[in-house]
Design a protein around this ligand. Structure first.
Ligand code: UDP
Length: 331
């Protein structure tokens, strides 16, 4: 019998990490999930604990990582990943994106494992090129409130390429654009859980700025398939994965109002500092190299996501997504 592939997923209890665990468990891999649970939740992965193929390490990857036996793949997805998180825990965000990735790359080198790292469209900052191609170097403010995340992710890409070039480690870099779906945290301050949470609680929908800023939202299942294809490819340079269907945040809020049937109105709040004005991936590379493009449109994806949120226990809904936000936001 062929030995099972062994994969380590950091950030396993987070939104994307937990979907990746599920995906690879379904493919019959032995999945080792790792998380320090600062922003992740065990609820996202509780169904996997009874499976023989799943192990969980409660560990902070900024400390030395020990995993026994062989490892075929490492997926590095540990990081706070929403504006509210990196305003609340800026130092941890920088540490996981520097010390954490260094440990992961060292582990990949010692185990001779292939490593894929989660980068982000934030490496493009407030982009002056639209749509964003992988060749664009970005427009990031290193000392602004988002700098702790954006620069950590840029550093991650640099150290990953260095391990590839200097040590010959097999590396892959995915630049993830806005992604949504079940298991997002209701109170992480992101637009989609904020709007749906507000609708479900009967609060007004808070649009920041005049809502003319754009984003392009990708359904999580599409993203995971793109990540899998990139991992299995032999392409070591960054690849954008996202859905190029661009929409203004105001129109997006209106879509959520229609979907949820809420009678609440939209209220406008100040735009956070360095909030990118526009964002849309150019996915030519993913199409050409990975033969990948998104399949699930926003209508279908939002319906599935809303079904998840409205079935959450009532007590989870009660925490307002913006309870603490005002305190942390720097304008
Ligand atoms: N946003 C908003 N109201 C909210 C939360 C977010 O208008 O209650 C805006 C936010 O300022 C940004 C967009 O929605 O322009 C997407 O925000 P999100 O945090 O989801 O992602 P990111 O800014 O990282 O792309």
């Amino acid at each position: 019998m062929e030995e099972k592939k062994r994969i380590l997923i950091t950030g396993a209890a987070g939104f994307l990490g937990s979907h990746l665990c599920e995906f690879f468990l379904k493919k019959d891999y032995h999945v080792i999930g790792m998380d320090n649970l600062i922003t992740g939740s065990l609820k996202n992965i509780e169904d996997f604990f009874s499976l023989e193929n799943f192990e969980f390490y409660h560990h902070d990857i900024t400390k030395f990582i020990h995993v026994p036996d062989k490892l075929d793949y490492i997926l590095h997805f540990a990081s706070p990943a929403s504006p509210i998180d990196y305003l609340k825990i800026p130092i941890q965000t920088l540490k996981v994106g520097s010390l954490g990735i260094h440990n992961c790359l060292g582990l990949a080198k010692s185990k001779n494992a292939r490593i894929l790292i989660a980068s982000t469209s934030e490496v493009y900052g407030d982009p002056l090129v639209h749509p964003q191609t992988e060749e664009y170097w970005g427009n990031v403010n290193p000392v602004g409130p988002r700098g702790v995340y954006d620069e950590a992710k840029r550093f991650q890409e640099a150290i990953t390429m260095a391990y590839h070039r200097f040590h010959g480690v097999e590396t892959r870099i995915v630049r993830i654009f806005n992604t949504y779906g079940p298991k997002m945290r209701l109170n992480d301050g992101r637009a989609l859980p904020a709007f749906i949470g507000q609708a479900l609680r009967g609060e007004d929908i808070t649009v920041f700025g005049d809502g003319s800023q754009t984003r392009s939202f990708c359904y999580v299942d599409d993203l995971i398939e793109g990540i899998y294809r990139l991992l299995m490819s032999d392409y070591p340079y960054p690849v954008n994965i996202g859905n190029p269907d661009e929409i203004s945040i105001l129109d997006f809020a209106k879509e959520i109002i229609e979907l949820t049937g809420t009678k609440q109105k939209i209220t406008f709040k100040d735009l956070p500092v360095n909030d990118p004005k526009q964002r849309k991936p150019d996915i030519s590379k993913a199409k050409e190299i990975l033969k990948w493009s998104p399949k699930i449109d926003r209508k279908e994806g939002l319906k599935r996501t809303y079904d998840y949120f409205r079935n959450l226990p009532k007590e989870e809904l009660r925490t307002s997504s913006h309870n603490n936000f005002e305190k942390y936001i720097i304008r």
